[in-house]
Design a protein around this ligand. Structure first.
Ligand code: ZN
Length: 159
């Protein structure tokens, strides 16, 4: 048996009202359904803050448009970003949740497929849900934190 579906109303950075359906399973995991128009990274960070999840595993499938992906260039020490135009299937969304400066921070990679079944992948900067995005979050009983790393200039796990 699962707990009742909750409807979460949040305001994102643009002060738009976001609605996220979610429920907690009996084993303590979360099912989260994102709706058309939801910005994925923004929505996940918001709902993790609401659910007070400080560490966890996230996985998902669904459909999005105009995704911006990143590739971390080791020499430049920064992400090279590219926005793909059009609609894509989310074949695999995989990542983790940790705390960055006391706020939830999700680090997510995706593999996307186009209408010719070609695939693209990378570090997810942001993308918008078109049909749906079905997410499963497995919380971990750990307060996982990210701190700045001088060598890479990234915020890495502080274990
Ligand atoms: Zn990454």
């Amino acid at each position: 048996m699962v707990k009742n579906i909750k409807l979460l109303l949040l305001k994102n950075q643009k002060q738009e009202v976001m609605i996220m359906k979610h429920k907690q399973t009996e084993d303590g995991n979360f099912l989260i359904k994102l709706e058309p128009g939801d910005r994925v990274i923004n929505a996940i960070n918001s709902i993790m803050e609401y659910l007070n999840i400080k560490a966890g595993l996230i996985t998902g499938i669904g459909a999005v448009n105009n995704p911006t992906l990143g590739y971390f260039d080791i020499n430049q020490k920064k992400y090279i970003e590219k926005t793909l135009t059009g609609n894509f299937e989310v074949l695999s969304l995989n990542g983790n949740i940790a705390q960055k400066e006391e706020k939830p921070f999700c680090h997510i990679h995706v593999i996307l497929g186009d209408n010719e079944m070609k695939t693209f992948g990378g570090h997810l900067i942001e993308m918008e849900v078109t049909v749906t995005l079905e997410l499963i979050v497995i919380p971990l009983k750990e307060n996982l934190r990210r701190t700045p790393d001088e060598t890479t200039s990234l915020w890495l796990w502080n274990l």
